[in-house]
Design a protein around this ligand. Structure first.
Ligand SMILES: *Cc1c(COP(=O)(O)O)cnc(C)c1O
Length: 434
């Protein structure tokens, strides 16, 4: 659990990457700007562990930002992929595989009657918004502060995580006319929602929400919030989109919509459904999804959509996570980790709180007892998190390199990994005082 070789090779690679790739990374949060220092460059991964270019090994609580819920290099996914590779890796034509995946998704999430596969979560939300506008004939969209729905122009307004980490909630390069079509409301605030609908209800095409906010750390919905969203959108003829790119097949087999028993009109998926390969999906009510080309007037397409490799990984993934007891075990392990961290933080008198829904969690260096809002998330002590982050990294524990990202448990994290993590945390908490 100690570093064999510091981060020499990672530093070398980062220096070179900076000359070739903007910021040295292909997705901003990876650059470690949220914690300082040099990002570690990963060479391989197995089970609960990832290993870097310097030969250091880490217990991984990022899991590729959610998809690796079975752990890395899962043997069944690996062998299915190897077999598929020999059959060809892209055809640009329909396959039996994608029919099976669609069937599975529709069976596991009954609100989804028709589903279309895309290549990323961003594509899924972008397309879902387009369908919602096409179906309702309206243009305005409501999202929530700190909610991230991919880097879609109209949704990059007060978006969480990456944007929060870099301190600019809105991206440059987005036409003001596009941004003006998006209303941003405080998450978990029923009053603000009512006021907005009273004023603009009949112009609202859709509300898009992460049913458990996972891109401003992890903030579960308060009792009644999602139900209120369901009622008010139905009342005004607006569509309700659950962005379950993160929560789908992560918080429960049926997603957050099964946990909170709310049926959205449309759902977006990604991350877990591709088992680590690039994939996304959006689906929902048959009458709405029938707006899509080639049967309807809303255009949407993708050269590699339904890619046989991604779909193969997704099929094995959904089969594995459908095993009885999978999610109760995942939630139990997650809780074990969080209770352990809390106990050790308390013992060291470090202000610490946490949230959990199934296999996703949030840790906060603050005294807030019940984290429900963006404001409370903002009260986390970022400087303490940054110190803690590096103390954990140096002991072989890899968390997301930002105080505003959620954490992810996998089925490969056993009691041994959790104990090692807690021992490392105990030592880190002790050093935070000095
Ligand atoms: C990750 C994420 C997205 C974007 O997915 P990409 O595959 O990165 O484009 C959208 N919505 C939510 C809730 C996410 O967590």
């Amino acid at each position: 659990m100690s570093l064999v070789n510091q981060y020499l090779r990672s530093k070398e690679l980062y220096t070179k990457a900076l000359t070739l790739i903007p910021g040295g990374v292909n997705s901003p949060v990876r650059a470690f700007k949220g914690v300082g220092g040099t990002p570690v460059f990963i060479k391989s991964a197995n089970g609960a562990y990832i290993s870097d270019e310097d030969g250091n090994s880490y217990i991984d609580y990022v899991g590729a930002w959610g998809p690796m819920i079975l752990g890395h290099a899962h043997p069944k996914i690996s062998s299915a992929l190897k077999a598929q590779i020999d059959l060809g890796i892209a055809y640009g034509a329909p396959t039996a595989l994608e029919v099976s995946l669609a069937e599975k998704i529709c069976a596991l999430m009954p609100s989804i009657e028709l589903v279309r596969l895309v290549n990323s979560g961003t594509e899924a939300t972008m397309s879902a918004i387009r369908v919602a506008r096409g179906f309702t004939g309206r243009e305005k969209v409501i999202k929530f502060e700190g909610g991230y729905h991919g880097h879609v122009d109209s949704l990059l307004v007060k978006a969480g995580s990456g944007a929060l980490t870099f301190g600019f909630p809105d991206s440059a390069g987005i036409p003001s006319a596009t941004a003006a079509e998006t209303f941003v409301l405080p998450y978990n605030n029923e009053m603000a929602l009512s006021l907005m609908f009273e004023k603009y209800g009949h112009e609202i095409a859709c509300v898009i929400v992460e049913p458990v906010a996972g891109n401003m750390n992890c903030v579960p919905p308060v009792d009644g919030f999602l139900q209120k969203l369901r009622r008010i959108t139905s009342q005004y003829g607006s569509l309700l989109i659950f962005d379950e790119v993160m929560t789908g097949f992560r918080v429960a087999l049926g997603g957050a919509q099964s946990v909170y028993d709310v049926k959205p009109d449309l759902t977006t998926l990604g991350k877990v459904i591709g088992g680590g390969l690039p994939i996304g999906a959006f689906g929902g009510r048959k009458d709405i999804m029938s707006m899509l080309a080639p049967i309807g007037p809303v255009y949407q397409a993708g050269t590699l959509s339904g890619n046989p490799l991604a779909v193969t990984a997704g099929l094995v993934m959904l089969e594995e996570i459908s095993q009885p007891g999978f999610y109760s075990q995942l939630a139990k392990q997650t809780q074990k980790l969080l209770l352990g961290l809390k106990a050790r933080a308390d013992a060291a008198s470090i202000p610490f709180s946490y949230t959990q829904v199934g296999g996703m969690f949030g840790c906060y260096f603050n005294d807030e007892r019940n984290i429900q809002s963006y404001e409370q998330v903002m009260k986390t002590d970022v400087a303490t998190f940054q110190k803690y982050y590096h103390l954990m990294l140096d002991q072989g524990v890899y968390f997301a390199p930002s105080a505003y990202e959620a954490g992810f448990m996998s089925a490969a994290h056993g009691d041994g990994e959790i104990e090692k993590t807690l021992n490392a945390a105990e030592s880190a908490f002790a050093q935070l005082h000095s």
